[in-house]
Design a protein around this ligand. Structure first.
Ligand code: ARG
Length: 461
């Protein structure tokens, strides 16, 4: 069992099938630099505790530096026989520092506290990258909103025409949910900024090592307060997977809209050539593949979360080897979002809106019926009655194959004397939009206010 991290009590080495099953270097090798950073911090606390002398510390750090250079250059890679990144790097350290010195570093730490710590370091770095990419997506939405401050579109509920809204208002609705996703990553980081290093296998270390010194060196706010929790908990991983899945769902929802907007039937947007694809057989095709891949990849992001939760469910404390399965789902979540977000941002930034068509459709489908009812309320009519009267106007217009503005003053008067010709002041998209001016409404003044609020939220992120 040469080169293994254990073996003293074993008569022989593992079966080939076990070795193959056990092996994680294919996916955990990307933690190598975090592992080496952890080793440096650990060497220093061993030194502080008097377990490495000055010469040994210097030699250890120099060997770790050489190992890191070789890992970065690719001169050192995991061998076929290495089980995981930790074991492989110990082998690499021993090759460089010799068995006497290299064999000292493992004191007081376990792969259990190492892997829990390195995973957090990896995810914290990637959460920052993903949050930055998300802010770029929000910026693309904000830029489109600013480019179309007064453009109306049909606002829909149940996918049916509901009330006119501003395109900018609609785009910013997506921006708000994405801004909350950014805040979620920031908030998540407070819980992720706790270092399990020093928890050992599960019970802590008897060697007088300072876990907070390691935590500080590795960029954490503090060390774990419970070594069992430190090694066994993966809620921080699951929460990362959840926030990532939520981002996926948010990207999927706007993507679904863009796919619909780009249809011949809707004709609301034209996709830029750089963000659409053709067909191998149909020469005319221009397909919204970015949006479709975003919609599709939300499925794998949700799968990463549910798979991880299923792995965690029913696991007794403390470490169990099942936890080796924690990495691929969160690594994939990070990779997926880092790949997807720039494409989605580019697609949004380069959309061309057919504002004329959107504006023409905005009031159609009796989308101003609520405006009639609310106008009646302002004249003192109870809403229950106002709703009925406006509904009758819809019925009459529909029976004639027209819209609400096609009815004559006499038609309105016949429905109710309360429906005086002044009702026409609200029978326009502009009137409808402008009237919804309270905070959160779709009036241009309210949208301008929300834009500055959104910007001030984004500033510190
Ligand atoms: N490679 C393992 C993981 O990814 C860490 C090793 C812990 N193994 C063990 N036998 N205690 O979780």
């Amino acid at each position: 069992n040469e080169g293994s991290l254990w073996g003293g009590r074993f008569a022989g080495g593992p079966a080939d099938a076990l070795a193959a099953l056990s092996k994680s270097t294919d996916f955990d090798w990307r933690l190598a630099r975090y592992d080496i950073a952890g080793s440096r911090a650990h060497a220093r606390v061993l030194h502080d505790a008097g377990l490495l002398d000055d010469v040994e510390l210097t030699g250890m750090l120099a060997a770790l530096d050489r190992l890191e250079d070789d890992v970065v250059s690719g001169a050192y890679v995991a061998s076929e026989a290495d089980e995981d990144v930790h074991g492989s790097l110990e082998r690499g350290l021993i090759e460089r520092a010799g068995p006497e010195l290299g064999g000292k570093l493992r004191a007081g730490r376990s792969r259990n506290d190492q892997i829990a710590t390195l995973g957090r370091m990896f995810l914290r770095d990637h959460a920052r990258v993903i949050a930055a990419r998300l802010v770029e997506t929000i910026d693309a939405l904000v830029a489109q909103a600013e480019a179309h401050p007064y453009a109306p579109m049909p606002g829909r509920t149940h996918l049916q025409h509901a009330q006119p809204v501003l395109l900018s208002h609609h785009l910013l609705a997506h921006a708000w949910s994405m801004a909350r996703d950014v805040e979620r990553f920031v908030d998540w980081d407070r819980r992720a900024a706790v270092s399990p290093y020093g928890s050992g296998a599960l019970a802590g270390s008897s060697l007088g090592l300072d876990p907070n010194a390691v935590a500080t060196e590795l960029g954490f706010d503090s060390a774990a307060w419970n070594s069992i929790d430190g090694t066994a908990a993966r809620d921080v991983f699951a929460e990362f997977a959840w926030v990532s899945a939520m981002v996926g769902v948010d990207l999927s929802r706007i993507s679904e809209e863009i796919i619909f907007w780009a249809t011949k039937e809707a004709g609301f947007v034209t996709l830029d050539d750089a963000y659409s694809t053709g067909s191998s057989i149909m020469p005319q095709k221009k397909n919204p593949d970015v949006a479709e891949l975003a919609r599709g990849k939300s499925g794998r992001l949700i799968g990463n979360l549910t798979g991880l939760l299923a792995t965690l469910k029913g696991l007794p404390l403390a470490y169990n080897r099942d936890l080796q399965e924690d990495k691929e789902p969160v690594f994939d979540a990070a990779d997926t979002l880092e790949l997807l977000l720039p494409a989605v941002s580019g697609m949004i930034a380069t959309l061309t809106f057919n504002t004329e068509k959107m504006a023409a459709l905005a009031p159609q489908g009796f989308a101003l019926a609520t405006d009639i009812a609310e106008w009646l309320v302002r004249q003192g009519v109870p809403f229950r009655e106002a709703h009925e009267l406006s509904g009758e106007a819809v019925k009459l217009a529909e029976s004639r194959g027209g819209e609400l503005w096609d009815l004559t003053d006499e038609d309105y008067a016949a429905i109710s004397p309360a429906l005086t010709p002044e009702v026409r002041t609200v029978l326009s998209t502009e009137g409808s939009l402008n009237s919804r001016s309270a905070q959160g409404g779709t009036a241009p003044v309210a949208v301008a206010a929300q834009l500055s609020e959104l910007r001030s939220r984004l500033e510190p992120l």
